[in-house]
Design a protein around this ligand. Structure first.
Ligand code: 16G
Length: 236
């Protein structure tokens, strides 16, 4: 499926903001220049920027220009729906992703219920080991409705990122998620993959994510090593 040009431009600008290449409060090039750079019509650039405005990544100042929002890193860590790839990038942590499992299976009852699918529906399961600077830090298990993404079971994930693959290859706009966090004891397999003793405490996160039409897209669980520390910036 072809990805609309505005969406590619949106994704490129959002990634450059997330990486800090476009710094907070810096001014974006004017629309005609951006249009020239990307080789598209000005209207297309305007559409991409509108989406960045909707997501509060940039602000338009009438008659002056468009600016990267202040302190996006701080907001990102509070309540923005970000991918693990984006989180690691904004913390400058070098991430690699190994796909351990990628196949189509019958949904277990809990998975079907989280994805609002009928019993026995097919789902794509992923199990990925994420490493930072070469050290295993967390395991990510994801389930997505096969009916929505018939090729995802075979796709090579763009940069190891599920969210990027969904955006760039399947035109999905994720919108909101419910997340639950608790501690869990490492199973034998988790302990082996993460390189910790069996029964070690792990940080376990569960997330059910929907798109802008409120369709459930992903049910995921992750388990992070107890020494994997993430700093969250809070403000009031
Ligand atoms: C988060 C999510 C996972 C999602 C991933 C996307 C949990 C438990 N995990 O880690 O649902 O697949 O982000 O990140 O919240 P990615 O684009 O780097 O694959």
């Amino acid at each position: 499926m072809a990805i609309p040009a505005y969406q590619r431009i949106y994704a490129d600008l959002a990634a450059r903001i997330a990486s800090g290449e476009l710094a907070p409060e810096s001014q974006l090039l004017a629309e005609p220049q951006l249009a020239g750079q990307y080789g598209v019509a000005r209207m297309t650039v305007r559409q991409a920027i509108s989406r960045l405005v909707d997501e509060s990544l940039v602000v338009r100042v009438q008659g002056v220009g468009t600016f990267v929002a202040k302190d996006t890193a701080a907001r990102r860590s509070l309540n923005r729906l970000t991918s693990f790839t984006e989180d690691m990038r904004s913390l400058d942590k070098p991430l690699t992703t190994e796909v351990l499992v990628q196949h189509v299976i019958d949904a277990a009852p809990m998975v079907a219920s989280e994805l609002e699918l009928d019993d026995g529906a097919r789902v794509i399961e992923f199990l990925r080991l994420r490493r930072v600077a070469g050290r295993p830090v967390s395991l990510h298990q994801s389930y997505l409705p096969y009916g929505l993404f018939p090729t995802l079971g075979r796709d090579t994930l763009v940069g190891g990122s599920l969210y990027r693959t969904l955006a760039e290859m399947h035109n999905v706009r994720l919108k909101r998620a419910e997340q639950r966090i608790r501690a869990a004891a490492a199973s034998a397999e988790q302990a082996r993959l993460l390189g910790v003793p069996r029964r070690s405490p792990l940080l376990s996160i569960e997330r059910t994510t929907s798109d802008e039409r409120n369709i459930r897209i992903e049910y995921a669980r992750s388990w992070a090593r107890p020494d994997f520390e993430l700093t969250v910036h809070l403000e009031r």
